[in-house]
Design a protein around this ligand. Structure first.
Ligand SMILES: [Zn+2]
Length: 123
């Protein structure tokens, strides 16, 4: 699962894989289907009412809310020009806040290193 905040679109984006059974040539095999949810945030970091109603019952909603609360308590809103370097390589360009669901903390990662967190979140 990758949970990150896209500053330019002002959205929290959650991407995860769901196992599905596929039957091909009479053989059943397991594959992973990639699902995505994007929720829009207001300037103060609150979720839009529309998205609260739409995703309130969804299994990943509590993780999204946990992430949003962490961002707010870290003082990231309004996000504006705030950019922190990637935790792994120190690059600032394209670095965005991600949520480490295992350690329950916000980690800034560049596009190249966001998969590192995906690996650890998957286990
Ligand atoms: Zn990096």
């Amino acid at each position: 699962m990758i949970l990150h905040y896209d500053k330019t679109r002002n959205r929290v984006i959650c991407r995860w894989g769901e196992p599905v059974n596929i039957i091909m040539n009479k053989k059943s095999s397991r594959m992973e289907r990639i699902r995505t949810i994007a929720v829009q945030l207001q300037k103060d970091g609150q979720l839009a009412k529309r998205d609260r109603e739409r995703y309130g019952e969804h299994p990943v909603y509590s993780k999204i809310m946990h992430f949003v609360r962490k961002l707010r308590s870290n003082g990231y809103f309004p996000m504006g020009e705030l950019t922190k370097p990637c935790t792994i390589c120190g690059l600032e360009h394209g670095s965005a806040p991600h949520f480490d669901t295992r350690k329950r903390r916000v980690v800034w990662l560049c596009p190249e290193h966001r998969n590192e967190l995906n690996k650890s979140n998957a286990n």
